[in-house]
Every structure is written in C-alpha cells, then in structure tokens.
Design a protein around this ligand. Structure first.
Ligand code: 4NP
Length: 158
C-alpha cells in the first residue's frame, strides 16, 4: 500500500482538490487496493470545515465529488504514516520540511514535481481570487495527478 498526503495551507481548496482528483484516477485505474490518498493543511485555521464551496462547485463541474471533505491540520504522525507528502507550494513545502523528522525527509516533495516538465512548480492559492483561479487549480492538479499515478505505476513495476 502506498499512502499519499496532499498538503496546502487551509485544506479547504487545493489539497482537497488534489485528494479528490487523484482518488478518482486511482479508482478508474482499479488501484484502490494499492494506493490511498488524504489531504491536510499546515494551518489549523479551517480545521473541521467543509471544503470551500467554490472549490466544491468547480470540482463538481468536472465530475469530482468533494462534498464529504472535512479539513484537518497536518499531524506529527503523518510523517511516519504516509509514503509521500506533497506540498502545493513552496511556502507549505518549507513548513513541512521544518516539521518533518530527518528520517522521513525524502517523503516531502512539491506536488508539481509530477506535473508537466518545465511547467509551474506551485499550485497558486485561489482563495482570494476569481473563478479562473479554481479552474487553474483543477488544470494543474489533473496534470500532476496523472504524472504521480504514472510514477507510482512505474515504481510498482520495477
Ligand atoms: P488552500 O486555500 O490552502 O488551498 O486550502 C486557502 C484557504 C484559506 C486561506 C488561504 C488559502 N486563508 O487564508 O484563510
């Protein structure tokens, strides 16, 4: 079993989107027995809340159901429990690196490392922007989720 944790700041926009999109791809690929995904935020400020309603609506328009999501903060146990801990941007990557015990340091990566080669390295925070920000999150997340699934398949086959 490979366990992936997606991490953003609030766990109400970007990382729940990544969790929902990646899970849908894993399900379509028939790999739910082999790959699990969750998400969390580096901040506790939205813990216990549902995903942002704009995030839920835009995801739903592409067929992803984020309605059951409940936000939570990253926990110390996550660094041992997950195999990959993928940050949406450099700020959250730095927070994770700071918190991560040295023995698990290799698990912490930027999610868009699995995205298009030469493409952006960060998923921009859509919280204070307009609708296009949420579409942009979905575009980047779909691309990188595909790359991540391919990476895990190659690793499993080797
Ligand atoms: P997320 O988006 O990190 O993608 O969940 C944000 C949600 C809330 C805030 C910032 C970003 N906030 O400042 O409250």
């Amino acid at each position: 079993m490979t366990k992936v944790l997606f991490v953003c700041l609030g766990n109400i926009c970007r990382s729940p989107t990544a969790e929902g999109v990646f899970r849908a791809m894993v399900t379509r690929a028939g790999l739910t027995h082999a790959i699990q995904a969750e998400s969390a935020g580096t901040s506790a400020s939205h813990a216990g809340e549902r995903a942002d309603r704009r995030t839920v609506r835009h995801a739903s328009q592409r067929g992803y159901d984020l309605s059951a999501h409940v936000a939570r903060q990253v926990r110390d146990e996550d660094f041992a429990a997950f195999d990959l801990i993928l940050a949406m941007d450099a700020q959250n990557f730095a927070v994770l690196q700071e918190r991560c015990p040295a023995e698990h340091a290799k698990k912490v990566r930027l999610f868009l490392d699995y995205g298009m080669r030469g493409g952006p390295r960060e998923v921009p925070d859509p919280y204070t922007g307009g609708h296009h920000g949420f579409e942009r999150v979905l575009d980047l997340v779909e691309e990188a989720s595909f790359g991540l699934l391919e990476h895990l398949r190659r690793r499993a086959a080797s």
